[in-house]
Write a protein that binds this ligand. Structure first.
Ligand SMILES: Nc1ncnc2c1ncn2[C@@H]1O[C@H](COP(=O)(O)OP(=O)(O)OP(=O)(O)O)[C@@H](O)[C@H]1O
Ligand SMILES: [Mg+2]
Length: 274
């Protein structure tokens, strides 16, 4: 991936969203995420995380408020136009995958962007290699496991090389190797200058790989900032049904003042007598 990334800011301004059935799933969210940030969105089931991020690629349009991508509102943009800016990996891959082969699925996105045909197989190969599924390129997605289908869906978005990548619960159902692979992809995307927004219930993954955490409760943002600051806010975590990452809890039990987020930070604190 050598071409320069056109970094994009995303911004929610007073966004509310009500489902046709009546549930108001997003209740006044205002925040901006700068180019190249790694942001995790956490919160209990039904907090509105998925509903919120689906505004970024136009699947949902705000009932009230405005969503901006790259300084322009999503209002007048089609899903196809937004797809060139924001890649969204669905929480449930079966809502995303539809083709008869893994390769065809991964090639669909880049093809739809109107890229030169000669470039597409190479992009698909690279994306499939990144998720460890190059050998499955000719398989039917339905013959793969759920965790593999999730990684095919991720490959489909990687192949589009969008400036903003949104991952909806990427590590759910992945074994340790899968989690490590996804963590490596998050780090690489950020190093390339892409914005990575991930919804996750895995606080250890969140603490190790994201520089900012947004906590949602009942359709509202209740905390937003550095993981060390956010994971200190016991009341918010309680309301969001979120447990702090294991290393932070352990450091707390040991009575340390240090707040390690990664194993390396933990070992440094240990060696330094915390
Ligand atoms: N298609 C829909 N129609 C009506 N209500 C919906 C629909 N999808 C979600 N909701 C409701 O909107 C609220 C927010 O749901 P959403 O899926 O955004 O939450 P979430 O934070 O992503 O949860 P999870 O962690 O379980 O994925 C919930 O009350 C949910 O029941
Ligand atoms: Mg969700």
């Amino acid at each position: 991936m050598s071409e320069a990334v056109q970094a994009r800011e995303v911004r929610f301004a007073g966004v509310r969203f009500r489902y046709p059935g009546g549930v108001e799933a997003v209740r006044g969210v205002s925040l901006s995420i700068g180019p190249g940030e790694r942001v995790a969105i956490v919160g209990q089931n039904g907090a509105g995380k998925t509903t919120l991020v689906r505004h970024l690629n136009g699947i949902f349009r705000p009932t009230e408020g405005v969503v901006h991508v790259g300084g322009e509102t999503t209002d007048g943009k089609t899903i196809a136009q937004l797809a060139a800016q924001v890649g969204y990996v669905f929480q449930n891959p079966d809502e995303q995958l539809f083709a008869r082969s893994v390769r065809a699925d991964v090639e669909f996105g880049p093809r739809n962007l109107g890229l030169p045909a000669a470039e597409i197989p190479e992009r698909a190969d690279e994306a499939l290699a990144a998720v460890g599924l190059l050998a499955e390129a000719d398989a039917h997605p339905h013959h793969l496991s759920l965790s593999e289908r999730k990684r095919v869906a991720l490959a489909g978005v990687l192949a589009m090389r969008t400036p903003v990548v949104v991952l909806d619960e990427p590590t759910t159902g992945q074994d340790a190797r899968g989690v490590e692979m996804i963590a490596g992809i998050v780090e690489r995307l950020a190093a390339e200058g892409r914005t990575v927004i991930a919804i996750t219930h895995d606080m250890d993954f969140c603490a190790e790989h994201f520089e900012r955490v947004i906590v949602m409760v009942d359709g509202e943002v209740q905390a937003d900032g550095d993981p060390r600051e956010v994971f200190r806010q016991a009341g918010v975590l309680e309301r969001a049904a979120v447990e702090p990452p294991q290393l932070l809890r352990l450091a707390g039990h040991l009575g340390w003042t240090a707040a390690p987020l990664t194993v390396d930070e933990f070992l440094d604190a240990y060696a330094g007598g915390s």
